[in-house]
Write a protein that binds this ligand. Sequence first.
Ligand SMILES: [Mg+2]
Length: 365
Amino acid sequence: MKITKLETFGNPFVTFTRVTTEDGATGWGQLSTYNADITAEIFHRQVAPHVLGTDIDAMEDTLQRIYEKEHKFPGSYLRRAQTGFDTAVWDHRGRVQGKSVAELLGGSPGRVRAYASSMKRDITPEDEAARLCSLRDRDGFTAFKWRVGAECGRGQDEWPGRTPEVIKVVSRALGDVDKLVDGNSCYGPKAAIEVGHMLQDHGIGHFEEPCPYWEYDQTAQVRAALTMDVAGGEQDCELSSWQLMIDRKSVDILQPDVMYMGGMTRTLMVCKMGEKAGLPITPHAANLSLVTICTAHLLRAIPNAGKYLEFSIEGLDYYPWQEGLFLGNPFAIEDGQMTVPDAPGWGVEINPEFLANSTHKVSAL
Ligand SMILES: [Mg+2]
């Protein structure tokens, strides 16, 4: 079935995509968030021309063709744009076949254990502990991630003394749950190992992006020195980078982001690489847009799914653009778990009000 139209509906924060085939069937996807208006431009100029007129069943080959045709443009923006094509095609396939994407991938709808993920650093250890404990008590989360160091912080703390304090205060307050922290590329290897020992002493089991993420050997030194899991990969979108990360034994857990990767198809390739290397996949999904939905479907399908789905706990003060994206609440949490519904495609309906208020662009045959 020939693809006849590709559309974007969005704003600079979040942009949805729609693919239409010659029979009029449609599917909905999304570009990666942030600078989504720039990404939409790339979608219409560097993705759509290679897609229009192709067979929707040949999507995997078309993705590779985009890569080849646009080989002067490796890197993030093209991947973020082609995600809008890939994710819309998966939804289209699901709607046509009456199956959830999880089923199309060989899995099933159902519950996914989530970890409550804090995005904040400008929060005191006491306030962080209080809000995470209230989520534990209200929604039944059994796993939590919070932040240490400063983002790409060159070894500096968000403010002096915050990291040792937030490790101690939050881990003690949470008690017997799974505890994860994220360094967001803060430390050199020596400092990361020191922080890692402190984390281990407080029962924290997952240290994410301890070193600048592009420094695979630094991260490997940290992994070799610690017994806890070292995790990373959220920024990486080139398969050669993932191979390097695996070959250098940089991490215990791979964390592809479906949207940064260029969609589900290329994320599945990383999952396969992880499976071959015996590594679990705990993807990055840092906001409540389609990325968390896609990730939940993925985790319901792959054999090497990690222990949990990343689930952002931030509200409209942090992510004002998250409001009203979907009809109903696809992000409901019960007993610390989110549910992949038994509905075709991604199983969500984008809010018509959001679409009506968005910038709409069309590429068509
Ligand atoms: Mg992270």
